[in-house]
Design a protein around this ligand. Sequence first.
Ligand code: SAM
Length: 239
Amino acid sequence: MDNDEFIKALAGHGVVLDNAQLSQFDAYFNYLVEWNQKFNLTAITDHDEVYLKHFFDSMTLAFFVPTLQEKAVSLIDIGAGAGFPSVPLKIAFPQLKITMVDALAKRVNFLNGLIEHLGLTGIEAVHGRAEDLGHDRHYRGQFDYATARAVARISVLAEYTLPFVKADGELLVMKGAAAQTELSDGQAALAALGGQLVAEEHFELPNHDERYIQVVKKVGPTPKKYPRQAGTPNKKPIQ
Ligand code: SAM
């Protein structure tokens, strides 16, 4: 996806970026590729692939959740890595209030450098594990939305993310072709954590890769025992 295809594909979903925002995407691409030579952030470094599989893919969340385009809502992104989906969303929709979390200090250093390099405000990067921060009162129950891309299967992801969501807030799950199997395996976890699936979008990226966005509403409180201690959700997913 070259720059023109990126602009057209976004416009097809009603998202129009100005020159300053396009320059920020360009600066993000260069910064990512430069840092990636020093330590591993992503396997994808080709310009057109980054624009499609990282930038455009991140933006799809806002196509199906228009509130993200319009309102100054808060979003926590667990396992943000090199900033996906948070940073593309923040560039396009600067009113969003975003907290990115990652367990690896090097990735958080990258994210802090990136925030400064792009001149972004209203976005922070926090070093920590979801299982620990999920019990911190500054974060627990504080967010309108939570998301996570390419971090864990839904049964595990729900335990990493739902503790951060406010009552009636939503977890936005981004998944590929295995989404529905993962969802049926994750039903017990969603129920135990106070979540309920309320919407699902199935679509293709311009290269025909299959994608799902599943919206899980926080319909009840997450019991205090969740998240369990670091490592346990992944080792023993709620069943
Ligand atoms: N979300 C990014 C993306 O889509 O490109 C990064 C995905 S990367 C495969 C997974 C990231 O999740 C890694 O940076 C890893 O350090 C982080 N991670 C995994 N488990 C975590 C946990 N329990 N708490 C916080 N971060 C975690």
